[in-house]
Design a protein around this ligand. Sequence first.
Ligand SMILES: Cc1cc2nc3c(=O)[nH]c(=O)nc-3n(C[C@H](O)[C@H](O)[C@H](O)COP(=O)(O)OP(=O)(O)OC[C@H]3O[C@@H](n4cnc5c(N)ncnc54)[C@H](O)[C@@H]3O)c2cc1C
Length: 216
Amino acid sequence: MKYEVTDLTKVRRRPERAIYDRDLVHSILDEALVAHIGFVDDAGVPRVIPTAFSRIGEDVVIHGSTRNLLMTTLAKGGRACITVTLIDSLVAGRSGFGCSMDYRSVVIYSSAEVVPDSEKPDCLERIVQDIFPGHRIRDHRENELKATLVLRFPIREVSAKVRDAGCLDVEDDYASDRWAGRFPVSLEIGPAENCPRLGPEVVIPEIAAGLPSRKK
Ligand SMILES: Cc1cc2nc3c(=O)[nH]c(=O)nc-3n(C[C@H](O)[C@H](O)[C@H](O)COP(=O)(O)OP(=O)(O)OC[C@H]3O[C@@H](n4cnc5c(N)ncnc54)[C@H](O)[C@@H]3O)c2cc1C
C-alpha cells in the first residue's frame, strides 16, 4: 500500500529517492528511537525538539510532561512536522561535492490527538515494550499518569527518502588518484549495566543480556 503524494510531501530534488510505500515508512519509524518534531509556538517561534516516539499502527505516539512546551502546544491541535533519520553510511567522495551520506528518512505532517486517560496506560506500555521488548515495569501510579500527556499523530501525509548509492562522484573524478569509500554506520546497543541499587532478591532477566536489533 502507498501513501498519497500531496503538494507538501512531493520530493523535488532527487525524486527517484522518494518512496511512499507504507511498509518502508513503517520500517524506518520502527528502527528509529528518536524523532525531531517541528512546530510553531504560541509566540510564532518555530521550534524543532527531539523526543522518543513509537509507531503504534498508523500513529506516531509521543509522551511527555503536562508542562512540556512541545506537548502542551501540540495538544491544542496545531500542525507538526515530524522527521526521523537513520544514517546508514558516511560517504567519502573524491570531491567535496561527492562527500555525502547514505540514509533512510521520513517526514510526516500531522496534527495531534490527545490520547484519553483510559488509553494512556496501554499506550505507555506499548512505548516501553517498543524500546525494551520483554521489560517488566511496575504499574503506573495515578500521579504519574496525571503528570503525563500522550499525543498521537495519524500518519497520512508522509514521505520517505532513501539514499543507498555509496560513492557518486563526477565522472572524470573516477580516474583520479584520490581515494573514496563509504563507512557503514549502525546503532549498537550493548548489554545492560545493572543499576547499582538493585536489591539482593532481584533476578537478572534475560533482557539484560541485550536487546534485539531494531533493524528488521
Ligand atoms: C542525513 C541526511 C543528510 C542530507 N544532507 C543533505 C545535504 O547536505 N544537502 C542537501 O541538499 N540535502 C541533503 N539531504 C536531503 C534533504 O533532506 C532534502 O531531501 C533536500 O534538501 C532536498 O529537498 P527538496 O528541495 O527536494 O524538497 P523540499 O521542498 O525541501 O521538500 C518537499 C517535501 O519532500 C519531502 N522530503 C524532502 N526531503 C526529505 C527527506 N530527506 N526525507 C523524507 N522526505 C523528504 C518532504 O515531504 C518535504 O515536505 C540530506 C538528507 C539526510 C537524511
